[in-house]
Design a binder for this molecule. Structure first.
Ligand code: ADP
Ligand code: MG
Ligand code: MG
Length: 213
């Protein structure tokens, strides 16, 4: 089970990287409205490095936790922006939470995603409503947790949580940014959703589509 989970983790990092590549230009455009326009480029650099690291971790026999943590370290190193550091923390924390021994299930995944959310909040010091990726990540974590009390399978729960995440990302459009590079030009971003929230929603939706293939 451990080797299969590691290979699944690698495939999901590949999905993440392909999704970023597909939307790279639009993510840059959204970030250029009030930020510095590099969100697509940074996420692309980070996710390609993450995929290389995940592939070598799988080749050297790493379990799911090692694969995700290696991907996170590479993401944070190579992306070169705030969101890259935060994505690095997310992948690393989910990897730590899942570990290499126990099989992955919905309860353990929900706990790991909650821990990643807490780490993003502690590190980035953003509050809910500050117009950051946290505004999409928190509802995603909430929805996964809520699903643990239902009969939903892991892929079903992930897809339901991905829908909450997409709605939450869209709901950042009328918010005024309180942290990050978009703050000085905050009012310009009214009507445009937060780039980091949008990329998160696109990525979790794409992963949801792949989950039970
Ligand atoms: P940079 O802002 O360094 O150019 P990116 O453009 O790649 O990096 O990422 C910008 C995104 O990072 C924002 O849209 C927001 O979602 C996220 N972000 C920025 N600062 C924070 C923070 N303190 N906490 C959470 N997310 C943040
Ligand atoms: Mg930027
Ligand atoms: Mg930048």
């Amino acid at each position: 089970a451990s080797r299969r989970h590691a290979a699944v983790a690698r495939d999901l990092i590949a999905t993440l990287a392909a999704t970023v590549e597909e939307h790279k230009q639009r993510l840059g455009e959204i970030d250029a409205v009030a930020g510095d326009g590099d969100h697509g480029i940074g996420m692309s650099r980070g996710s390609r490095a993450a995929l290389e690291a995940a592939e070598s971790a799988v080749s050297s026999g790493g379990g799911v936790g090692s694969v995700l943590s290696a991907a996170g370290a590479a993401f944070g190193d190579r992306a070169g922006g705030t969101s890259g550091i935060l994505w690095g923390l997310v992948l690393d924390t989910v990897g730590d939470g899942l570990g290499n021994q126990e099989p992955v299930n919905l309860g353990r995944l929900a706990e790991a995603v909650r821990a990643a959310t807490t780490r993003v909040q502690t590190f980035g010091r953003a509050e809910l409503g500050d117009k950051t990726m946290l505004d999409a990540l928190c509802p995603f974590a909430d929805a996964l947790e809520q699903a643990t009390d239902t009969a939903l399978t892991l892929p079903e729960a992930w897809r339901a949580a991905a829908e909450s995440c997409a709605k939450a990302a869209e709901a950042t459009a009328p918010m005024v940014p309180k942290v990050g590079r978009a703050r000085p030009l905050a009012d310009r971003s009214l009507g445009t959703p937060d780039p980091g929230a949008v990329s998160l929603a696109l990525i979790v939706a794409a992963i949801g589509e792949r989950l039970d293939q």
